[in-house]
Design a protein. Sequence first.
Length: 572
Amino acid sequence: MGFSAPYREITIFENSCIHRAESEILENSFSQFVFDNADFNINTLDGHGTFHAMGGIHCVTPFTAIQREKKIPRIVEIKSASEVAQLGMVPVLSYNKHKSAGLEAITVADVEALRQLSGDILPTIPDLIWLYGKWSCSVGIPGWNGFMESITANMHYERSKVICLPFINAPPSNYDTILTSLLEAVENSKRCNQKTTFITFDQPLYWKARDIVGAADPTSDLKNVIVRLGGFHLLMSFMGSIGTIMSGSGIEELFKLIYAENCVEKILAGHAYARAVRAHILSHAALTKIVLDSLELDEKERDELDYYAEDLFNRPTIMTAADNNGVKSIHDKFAKGLVAIESRGPTAKLWIQYHRMVSLVKNFLEAERSGNWELHLDTIQKMLPFFHASGHFLYAKSAHLYLQDMRALSEQIPIDDYVKFTRRGYFTIRRSEKFWSGIMSDMTIEQTLMRSMKTTGGLTQGRGITDSTIASWTLGMVQLQNICEQIENFSGVSCSTTEQHVDMRPSRIARDNCDVEKLDMWLASHNPFPEKKELMSIGTGVMANENINCHRAYEIGRDMMTKIIGANFGSL
């Protein structure tokens, strides 16, 4: 390609990057931090050669708020390994918890009293238009993600920049390590002149971090810390709740029509994330077709929806559908149709309940992709009863605590930070040049730090895991990545994603339509909405006994929630 440099020059450049001054972040920016387990080779025979540390990233929105460096000072003398190791070393602090503080001092609030929600769990209006398009066989309508990306293509957004933080070389689950992570994020927030520090952890670490922040002294910097629960792992757990509630209902036979038998179990557990999302979305579309068949939409109503569903690329028109009284009326009619069908019996109620649970999955994804804060919180509130009913108690209590914290957020932090975080949608992170590209913060660390760490050229591929190697990789990676991007641009080689979403490709549209047709045919011979008083599996025809109450999961979960109101989270 016309590029060449001796290894010594590369080493000098890497050392110069490591020893450079930190990039200046402008005051109009918004910063948030994510920490997660960074594990490698932990199952060796003798325990040697393992790497078990806390990894972290710093997400800055917008990405233009990071001042570009004009010049990196050249260091001719290569620093020793011990000197490099010191630069990337984060000293681990010691934590001593106060008695009767932390989670023990936080009372379980009635989240329904904090914000009253409508009883119905429904698709959003853009989602309903997509479902109608699939039912009416509109030509060329893409998959759900492709449709949503298309109709939001002209909406304003801000991209984020992800900066890797030094690893904290200590067991991540220890309170000492979590405290160190919190204070490291606080110091970075101060350098950005941001008063509030937003930090995301997945559930096990979130619970301990919230305990530390809750027990902090009122004069401590930790009182300005807002701990967030990772949405990616929360959604995986919720899909696992769906699998638990629907176990034995016939959903296994349904999914086996379009997925290999061995992966259906993982889909229902929520572990095969991408496959699980697609399986639920296609099943949701197939069930909705049956619901729409029962509504008997008149010609005027169909013309109203056809106007939006067929005019896919008239984006401003589609985005105003929520303000159209005719569409609102159809949305209400759809809600009444769901209620009418679930009154046929417990089996019909179970499958309408499944339809509602998948609507929550899609609503959660829409909230994260589009940066809709209120939809994000409302969806989590409606998820809570299902977490309780399915026995996912760790996420039930963590999501409950997270929700009541976020409902009170406007009273705890400065208005500027609150507006950026919620109304501007900076709580979600966009790394692509698209509006419909926001992802959960804990998914961001998986796609950046963890993926880079374990792929070719990463920390664990062809490198050691000494302190100096770790420091060189994390501190020099940002600048070396910039060099790689410039060479790729110059030579016309790019690893970036296509501008067209995979759900908009003709091959994927055809495959999705074919799979939905398979589901339609199966459901036509295995009616999910029978008028029967007994609960039965539509896959096997086996009748459930009177002790099986999975069709009442939402009501049972709400009853379980009322029993813990007034208790403290430390006792749950």
